[in-house]
Each structure stands twice: as C-alpha cells, then as structure tokens.
Design a protein around this ligand. Structure first.
Ligand SMILES: [Fe+2]
Ligand SMILES: [Fe+2]
Length: 214
C-alpha cells in the first residue's frame, strides 16, 4: 500500500527538475532568434509555476524526505551541461538537452500507468494533466526548432544527443534505485524512457546512439 509520504522524494525531484527547466529556458530566451525568444520566456514562466505547484503539494505531505542525492547529482550534471551549451551559444544543443530529452522524460514521469501511483497522483496533484499538457508542448517546441537549426550544427548536435541520451539513462537508473514509489511500475518506466530517448529529435541526421546505462 502506497502512503502519501512515499510521493515526497518524487515531488522533490520534480521541483528540482522544474527549477532547472525554468533557469535554462530563461537563459535560452536571451540567445534565441526573435520568433523563438518570447516563446522560451513564456516557457520559463510556466516552469516557475510548475515548480511552485509541486512545492505546494510537498508542503501538504507528511514527512520531510528530500530529493534523493543520486537524482540531485544527475540533475546537477544535466544543468551544468545545458548552461555550458547556452553560454557557448549552442542553442540547438541546449534545446535538444532540455526540451527534447529532459522534458520528454518529464512527460513519462507525469503519466504513470493506471494503478496506485496514478490514483495517488490524481489525489495529491490535481494540476498534473495541465502540467503534462504544457510539458508536451515544450517537447514539441524543442523538436521543431532543433530540426530547423540542425543543418547548421549537425556534428555538434550528434555529440550533444549522445551525451543527453546517456544522462537520460542515468536519470532513469537513479530514479528507479532511489524512488520506492516507482518500484511497482519499474517495467513501465523503463519502456517509456527507452521510447522517449529513442525518439528524441528524429530530425537530427545520423544520430541514433545507444544509451550507456539502459
Ligand atoms: Fe515544467
Ligand atoms: Fe517544460
């Protein structure tokens, strides 16, 4: 039987991921071309609201379990790589890493299969369908713009894709090993993450690396 406090580490990880997305989307907006910049700025504001939504739920849940250290470590590495890309002006690579890969994984995390975890999420996170809808839009935005920018940045993007897909595999393993609330649905999440990683940015030519830790 899943208890409400079992959701805490997962929600704490979601807060961390939303704050990462907020910071990176706002930084991307500063280097993006005019049609894309305001969309990324809006995404940054949506991510801030997502973080607030999950933080409010955390305040209502019993217990005080934080985001598991293994997940903090992978997300710190992810944010560092994303900010390196943004600061070096590699907009397409950063879109691939955040919108295509990380937000694809967020879509998988926000869509548990029917069962105890899904019932618990419906009860405690009533805004989950709205957040999922917006994450799917962010993923689509990334896919569209990476494909648009790819011809000018092919080799760099293939390398970035390999790195971000590897980080996705590490995030999955860290999540499954440290979040007890996912245990009953582990097979579902492995399959969902494999699909997301395999499908991330099909517009990139010749880029189909195998995740290191899947
Ligand atoms: Fe978000
Ligand atoms: Fe998002």
């Amino acid at each position: 039987m899943l208890k409400p406090q079992a959701l805490r580490p997962l929600l704490a990880a979601m807060v961390r991921a939303e704050e990462l997305s907020r910071d990176v989307a706002l930084a991307q907006a500063l280097i993006a071309p005019p049609p894309l910049a305001p969309v990324l700025a809006r995404q940054g504001r949506q991510e801030a609201l997502h973080a607030l939504t999950f933080r409010r739920v955390l305040q209502c849940l019993p217990g005080n379990a934080p985001c598991p250290p293994a997940l903090v470590q992978v997300m710190d590495a992810w944010q560092a790589r994303l900010m390196d890309d943004v600061q070096a002006g590699r907009l397409a690579a950063s879109l691939l890493g955040l919108q295509c890969v990380l937000e694809g994984l967020a879509c998988a995390a926000l869509a548990p299969p029917p069962g105890e975890l899904a019932r618990m999420a419906d009860a405690w996170v009533p805004l989950r369908p709205l957040v999922l809808h917006q994450e799917m839009a962010h993923r689509k935005l990334g896919t569209t713009w990476v494909a648009r920018l790819a011809p000018a940045d092919g080799a760099e993007l293939r390398s970035a894709r390999a790195d971000y897909v590897a980080l996705g595999g590490e995030l999955l393993e860290a999540g499954l090993s440290s979040l007890d609330c996912l245990a009953a649905d582990a097979d579902h999440y492995r399959a969902a993450v494999r699909r997301e990683l395999a499908g991330a940015c099909p517009g990139i030519p010749d880029g189909h690396p195998t995740p290191r830790r899947l």
